[in-house]
Design a protein around this ligand. Sequence first.
Ligand SMILES: NC(=O)c1ccc[n+]([C@@H]2O[C@H](COP(=O)([O-])OP(=O)(O)OC[C@H]3O[C@@H](n4cnc5c(N)ncnc54)[C@H](O)[C@@H]3O)[C@@H](O)[C@H]2O)c1
Length: 293
Amino acid sequence: MELRGKVAVVTGGGNGIGRALCRRFVAEGAACVVVADLGGDAAASVAAGLGDAAAALEVNVALEGDVVRLVEITEDRYGPIDLFCSNAGIAAPAGGVEAPTEGWQQIWDVNVMAHVYAARTLIPRMVDRGGGYLLNTASAAGLLTNLGAAPYSVTKHAAVGLAEWLAITHGDQGIKVSCLCPQGVRTNMLLGAAGDAPDGDPAQLAGAVVLAQGAIEPEDVAEAVVAGLADERFLILPHPEVLDYFRNKAGDYDRWIGGMRKLGRGHRRRRRRCRRGKLGRRPRPGGAGAAAR
Ligand SMILES: NC(=O)c1ccc[n+]([C@@H]2O[C@H](COP(=O)([O-])OP(=O)(O)OC[C@H]3O[C@@H](n4cnc5c(N)ncnc54)[C@H](O)[C@@H]3O)[C@@H](O)[C@H]2O)c1
């Protein structure tokens, strides 16, 4: 898909990867980009910086009514949506199965159900008009895992599963689907997790592991997305090494699990040493390949 002249919606467009996508889509000549975000001010500020080609809407993608409203308002005002990017996501709660049930439900609603609501609302409309494009942001954590963050890893696996199911089931009806799976990207989500959480907190482990593996900028992700959309490729991997990790995992699952356990032990050891004031050796990027945000 070429973006010139297209109507696109980007959820989570107020910050980070979503903001970079909005800016890049406008630079590519999109007719209209709707910046949708829970943070109305953030969305408005991104849209204001993009001039007439952008508009802002405050939405909570965890609510089906809000997603339906987003689609209806966009199509009424700007015409049929060519590209819908389900990009909004959250990382909390970190930790394992002990994370509170309400936290599991919240991350499930944002990282998975929001993609279901968008597909459910848009696919019938897109099929009626001969096709359309869905770009779903999952994560390398959806192909691999994120050490220290079970709710994030599990919901991102579900997001990958949904995207591939939609691509298989609706491809013959003209529905194109791409699944974006970055590893570390320098946004509030990653930098906040690595920096704000108290030492030893699972959120800090989750963020620190990803940062140590080398994070890229949101603009690099937007570059990979534009290339992936042009090729109409299902899997968009801004970190090409993720494909090698994914192949390693599929080739020998047990060996990969062993490598990930070792990586987790190394990070926990290093953080303990840092807390005791000894400067730990920086882990080499990549490792067993890999934790992902
Ligand atoms: N940053 C990374 O390292 C990384 C890596 C892989 C995947 N991702 C994924 O990329 C996507 C964007 O993340 P980011 O790093 O740009 O994060 P970010 O925190 O910088 O931006 C996320 C945006 O989503 C919005 N949002 C959150 N919940 C929402 C809701 N219920 N409704 C509407 N908007 C909501 C936030 O207000 C925020 O503006 C997420 O799905 C994330 O899981 C991020």
